[in-house]
Write a protein that binds this ligand. Structure first.
Ligand code: NAD
Ligand code: MG
Length: 397
């Protein structure tokens, strides 16, 4: 077994931490080639001391200089900015890239890795939502294998016939009828729309089953996360919107299901801990210990299911509309949502205004063409962000 060299994009985040936890359990299998972070210099310094990567990347020159001071004497090459991210994601020694930057900022470095045929461990769903066709085409052309990290998509991957895992268009031949993505329903599953108007950022980030970064936590509370995941599943597995079902399952024990023509339904179960999908993708097709405790079915005792309510959670409807509209609609949805979520976290708009704002920007940019290049995707993303920003000002006033 040869050692795999790993770049972790977004090493200081929640997925980054879980990745490094698994990596540290298997020093014989994995070596860290590069670690990146946006602003958290001290946290990145601590990780560099522990894993001694060949490279570390931060957002700005000033932060990179501070990291150099902190790490004086250690053989870590330190750089900053977008090009440096793309470089450490696509460098020759790299075998696999954990794409765990949050938001559209993850697209360019992940695409750079895909174009060099790296194994992509994809947590950054926003890059698929923003430019799924472009991204998947780049992977196909370069022979890059994409292993989903999002727990639902990782579960689906595990339940698919092997031929469909490596050749995503093979689902029909494999007899797949539908994919069912499970959703916890988030912290506001039982709230009325009126009650949701008064919730705070901390309420929204108190997810019942998962500890995650703040952006995805808010997305889970609005259920935009599940909407983004429907689009993500469409790109990863090639099924149309009507064959991608969402099932609210509050226990988050079944991570998703695949339904076959003969009536079989395959599910993947486990404790809600990202180290399971991460370990699966790191070791695929082998299996390694992830540090996650086995699921105790007697403690779980009961599994509940209910249909999603798109009246109280309009973001889920908006994401489906964006997928059905095609073109640049999903890129617009994603960008507007990032701005709206940031504004909510800054207490500039209320919780229910997130979906209002996204819908408003989608209507304003209806018919936007699909993103044929990364520049086109970044331009459309910027246009939608600017409109959403104006919408925030109008609503905050
Ligand atoms: P997080 O906020 O905890 O961490 C984000 C990481 O990205 C940090 O290391 C940060 O430094 C880096 N980053 C942020 N903005 C950046 C920028 N502009 N340029 C470069 N780096 C930047 O987020 P997270 O919860 O770990 O989520 C990461 C991704 O994984 C998201 O796309 C999320 O949707 C996805 N995901 C997360 C979970 C989870 O359990 N946390 C589950 C499924 C999918
Ligand atoms: Mg998920």
């Amino acid at each position: 077994m040869s050692v795999q060299h790993i770049t972790v994009l977004g090493a200081t985040g929640s997925v980054g931490a879980s990745t490094l936890d698994v990596v540290a359990r298997h020093p014989d299998r994995y070596r860290v080639f590069a670690l990146t972070a946006n602003q958290r210099v001290d946290e990145l310094a601590a990780l560099c001391r522990r894993f001694v990567p060949a490279h570390a990347v931060l957002g700005t020159a000033a932060d990179a200089a501070r990291l150099r001071e902190l790490l004086a004497g250690l053989p870590v090459e330190i750089s900053h900015g977008q090009q440096a991210l793309a470089d450490v994601a696509s460098a020759d020694p790299v075998d696999a890239v954990m794409a765990a930057i949050v938001g559209a900022a993850g697209l360019a470095p992940t695409l750079a890795a895909a174009r060099r045929g790296k194994r992509i461990l994809l947590a950054n769903k926003e890059s698929l939502v923003m430019a799924g066709e472009l991204f998947m085409a780049a992977c196909r052309e370069a022979g890059a294998v994409v292993l989903p990290i999002d727990s639902e998509h990782n579960a689906v991957f595990q339940c698919l016939p092997p031929a469909a895992q490596s050749r995503q268009a093979a689902l029909a031949a494999g007899g797949v009828r539908r994919i069912l993505l499970t959703a916890s329903g988030g912290p506001f599953r039982r709230l009325t729309l009126d009650q949701m108007r008064a919730v705070s950022p901390d309420d929204a980030c108190a997810h019942p089953n998962w500890r995650m970064g703040r952006k995805i936590s808010v997305d889970s509370a609005t259920m935009m996360n599940k909407g983004l995941e429907v689009i993500e599943a469409h790109h990863l597995f090639g099924l149309p919107s009507q064959r991608l079902e969402v099932v609210v399952h509050p226990q988050s024990v079944i991570h998703s299901l695949v339904e076959y023509l003969d009536g079989s339904m395959l599910a993947q179960l486990g404790n809600p801990d990202m180290r399971t999908p991460i370990a699966h993708a790191l070791a695929y097709p082998e299996r390694v210990d992830s540090g996650v405790a086995p699921l105790d079915l007697f403690r779980v005792a009961q599994l509940d299911f209910e249909p999603p309510d798109t009246r109280r959670f309009p973001s889920l409807r908006l994401a489906r509309e964006a997928l059905d509209a095609g073109g640049g609609a999903a890129c617009v949805l994603n960008a507007a949502n990032e701005i709206a979520v940031a504004a909510f976290l800054d207490r500039r708009i209320g919780f229910t205004q997130i979906a209002d704002l996204v819908e408003h920007v989608m209507q304003s940019l209806a018919g936007a063409p699909g993103c044929a290049s990364i520049d086109a995707a970044i331009a459309l993303d910027a246009e939608a962000r600017s409109l959403a920003g104006q919408g925030v000002v109008a609503r905050a006033a």
